[in-house]
Ligand binder design. Structure first.
Ligand code: SF4
Length: 280
């Protein structure tokens, strides 16, 4: 059962080290989609909450009022929406916070980049089409339905997400299909390159084996694919094996990209390097 809390916050434009915007905007804290590999789960503040990630959403009700004021004070040129939440999760239909924020950003001519995996974003096309949506990174994937059920049972289906990407691309918006997490032996790289004809490039992010709940992720993948348990366990224990597997996968990405003459980018996570996410 999802707990929804309406709260007020002190600030909506938060400085960030992410190079996609000068500030991040997160109108919600928490996420209905509850992906097991979500990096926000490892955040200190989230780990201190009594309820597990995915079972609550704080609705930051005063976000639009704050943005109206902060835009005038901070004069941002570009901001990033959705660094630690899903701005277009189902409760957005009721609260319309993201919609209000986009209206304000459009009105003040502030450019924005959006991170999402929700097809509900297509409802906002009239707002996105006003010239200030710089780019949308849309997380997609293509591993099996069985695996999706253990890793992200509550997120929208992969076909619905791919379809939303194509609708946004048809609108002429800049959309990057973002395959994340790429899982060795399970993500179909060839299919990734054939699915989005109009995309200028495809981006990939390796599965991060450095989260606090990595063992839980491996156990879950092993439920769906028992034969892979040993391989994944070796990946977290043996640097050489870890690096070899990702090297082979990256070569496969390069090969497939060349075959279809499509650009690509890969985000990697070093062996044993814990991902630091300190800000909500
Ligand atoms: S949709 Fe994004 S924010 Fe929500 S749980 Fe999944 S990875 Fe985390």
């Amino acid at each position: 059962m999802l707990e929804i809390h309406e709260i007020t916050i002190n600030r909506i434009l938060n400085p960030t080290s992410i190079d996609l915007g000068e500030y991040v905007i997160n109108p919600y804290m928490g996420c209905e989609f509850s992906c097991l590999y979500c990096y926000v789960r490892s955040n200190k503040v989230v780990r201190k909450r009594e309820k597990p990630w995915g079972t609550y959403v704080d609705v930051r009700k005063n976000s639009p009022d704050l943005l109206e004021k902060e835009v005038l004070e901070k004069k941002p040129k570009i901001v990033l929406l959705g660094s630690t939440t899903e701005c277009f999760q189902p409760i957005e239909k009721e609260y319309q916070l993201t919609g209000k924020l986009l209206e304000i950003l459009n009105r003040y001519k502030v450019f924005y980049v959006i991170l999402t995996r929700s097809p509900y974003i297509v409802d906002s096309i009239p707002l996105l089409n006003q010239g200030f949506c710089k780019r949308i990174y849309f997380t997609v994937n293509n591993f099996s339905h069985t695996l999706k059920q253990v890793l992200e049972p509550k997120s929208p289906s992969f076909p619905s997400r791919s379809n939303a990407v194509r609708i946004l691309l048809d609108e002429g918006l800049s959309v990057i299909p973002y395959f994340s997490p790429v899982i060795p032996w399970l993500t179909d790289i060839k299919e990734a390159f054939s699915a989005f004809e109009k995309a200028e490039r495809i981006e990939f992010e390796h599965l991060n084996f450095n989260f606090k709940n990595t063992q839980e992720i491996i156990n879950s993948i092993s439920l769906a694919q028992p034969v892979l348990k040993e391989k994944f366990t070796s990946m977290i224990c043996e640097r050489v094996f870890y690096e070899q597997i990702w090297k082979e996968l990256d070569e496969e990405i390069e090969r497939q990209a060349k075959g279809v003459k499509k650009g690509y980018k890969i985000y990697k996570h070093s062996f044993g390097e814990y991902f630091k996410n300190t800000y909500l």
